[in-house]
Write a protein that binds this ligand. Structure first.
Ligand SMILES: Cc1cc2nc3c(=O)[nH]c(=O)nc-3n(C[C@H](O)[C@H](O)[C@H](O)COP(=O)(O)OP(=O)(O)OC[C@H]3O[C@@H](n4cnc5c(N)ncnc54)[C@H](O)[C@@H]3O)c2cc1C
Length: 436
């Protein structure tokens, strides 16, 4: 069955369709910035806002600089799927690289990070459609099912992270497709409406006194007498500390960080409103979903249960919906022919940052603090790392994390332009066709 490709969608995140969300942040007037602050945070997404909240609550003066509009990076473009985000290398793959103890500790802390964010949202009463709906991960090839089960068993030896095997015979109880060869349900994973979560963070940060400055790219950072001059068009601020929270959008004066990151574009589409039973036919338990493909697709119902939101890779330079919408529609239709004729109402993309070791990184480089490289699984990680990096700035023991132990390396001659990606994508396409 072929999809009828849509061409009349809005090229904007569905999450911001409610216009009150787009204007939720109350930006600080840059002309009113003081000459000096305790901490300058570069990047106004989840990482930057989470760090700002911890710092202002500790009594520090904080300016957050965002190049575009607040939240206009990945944080309001994400699928909003939430889990502990264990590394894609798997337990054994990581152990070969880093040793058993470090890897087990990182898996335990990933669960702590997830629990921390869920508790934070609940305690702060952030209205963001948080739902612990569970996640179904389908085996996209017959050989992958055993690997999924084995991976769940490995994890369960380290942490209490429930996983339920779903055989191919019972798969339609979880996903309305025969395209998988069984799968696993992780019942404790969840979803949020990311723009609502972002609005909640902005409200807390602003209320507590953080200065959130938008449309203000940081263009220079210079060390002066043990402090930093943070420069932007038309001005500069002296800061005691700098936090780099730019993830997939890292560039400009942050070349040393950029050459440690591989920026990749990810895209999403949201269908028109569908009959509720049709959405239930796709995802009977209204969970979030993904497969085991290398070029993975991820999807979930909208918070009101009326749309399917489907994400995956994007193509070309910049945001090119005319290239990724047909690709995602075809992918969705291959999995779910029953929604082949669904119109697409929204299409958008954003940047994520991979790292060479598939591990997120936090630490200090050239005297600047950073939290970066969430490898596409950043809703939980960015919020948690933002808090951790702030605790480091505050000199608190709680700022210590096992992720300090992973060296943040680049590769020789790599400057941050991933010229090799098209070839790698082709290879993944080839491998996916063979189920490798
Ligand atoms: C389409 C898509 C789907 C995704 N789905 C999921 C998902 O379902 N689950 C999940 O866990 N993760 C998902 N992610 C990943 C997740 O959204 C990100 O990892 C997370 O939002 C990163 O947050 P951040 O604050 O670190 O970065 P961002 O939100 O990207 O913010 C970084 C900001 O830095 C700003 N910036 C850059 N340079 C400068 C400068 N010089 N001066 C000032 N500002 C600057 C940028 O403008 C940007 O707004 C998805 C991402 C995308 C794009």
């Amino acid at each position: 069955m072929l999809a009828k490709h849509s061409s009349t969608y809005a090229n904007a995140p569905y999450w911001l369709a409610d216009k009150t969300l787009a204007s939720a942040a109350k930006p600080f007037d840059r002309a009113q910035l003081p000459a000096s602050v305790d901490v300058a945070i570069v990047g106004g997404g989840f990482t930057g806002l989470s760090a700002a909240i911890t710092l202002v609550r500790a009594g520090l003066s904080v300016a957050v600089f965002e190049a575009g509009e607040l939240g206009s990076g990945a944080s309001t473009r994400t699928g909003g799927m939430l889990g502990p985000s264990f590394s894609k290398l798997g337990v054994n793959g990581l152990e070969r690289q880093y040793g058993r103890d470090q890897v087990h500790a990182s898996i335990r802390e990933s669960l702590v990070a997830f629990d921390w964010l869920v508790n934070f949202i609940r305690e702060e009463q952030i209205d963001c459609d948080l739902k612990i709906c569970g996640r179904f991960r389908g085996a996209s090839h017959p050989d992958h099912y055993a690997g999924l089960v084995e991976q769940a068993e490995e994890i369960s030896k380290i942490v209490d992270f429930p996983a339920v095997e779903v055989s191919r015979e019972r798969q339609r109880e979880e996903a309305g497709t025969d395209a998988y060869y069984g799968g696993i349900v992780y019942p404790t994973d969840g979803v949020v409406q990311p723009a609502k979560l972002f609005r909640g963070l902005c409200e807390i940060a602003t209320r507590e006194g953080a200065m959130l400055v938008e449309k203000c790219p940081v263009t220079a950072v210079d060390r002066v007498n043990g402090r930093f001059d943070v420069g932007f068009a038309g001005g500069k601020v002296s800061a005691g500390h700098v936090i780099v929270a730019t993830n997939g959008y890292t560039g400009g004066p942050f070349g040393k960080f950029k050459r440690r990151l591989i920026p990749i574009r990810s895209a999403m589409i949201a269908t028109e409103e569908l009959p509720e039973d049709l959405v239930r036919d796709v995802t009977p338990n209204l969970r979030c979903h993904g497969g085991t493909e290398r070029l993975v697709a991820y999807y979930r119902p909208s918070p009101d249960g009326r749309r399917i939101m489907f994400g995956g890779r994007a193509f070309g330079r910049g945001d090119q919906p005319r290239l990724y919408v047909p690709y995602l529609q075809d992918f969705m239709t291959r999995l779910f022919p029953q929604i082949a004729s669904a119109k697409i109402d929204y299409a958008w993309s954003g940047m994520i940052a991979y790292t060479f070791d598939h591990v997120p990184h936090i630490g200090e480089l050239d005297g600047m603090h950073y939290a970066l490289g969430y490898c596409g699984s950043g809703v939980g990680r960015s919020n948690y790392f933002g808090r951790k990096i702030a605790q480091k700035v505050l000199g608190l023991a709680e700022g210590k994390t096992i992720f300090d132990e992973f060296p943040f390396n680049s590769r020789p001659f790599y400057t941050g332009k991933p010229w090799f990606l098209p070839a790698i994508m082709k290879w993944h396409e080839f491998a996916d066709r063979r189920g490798w």
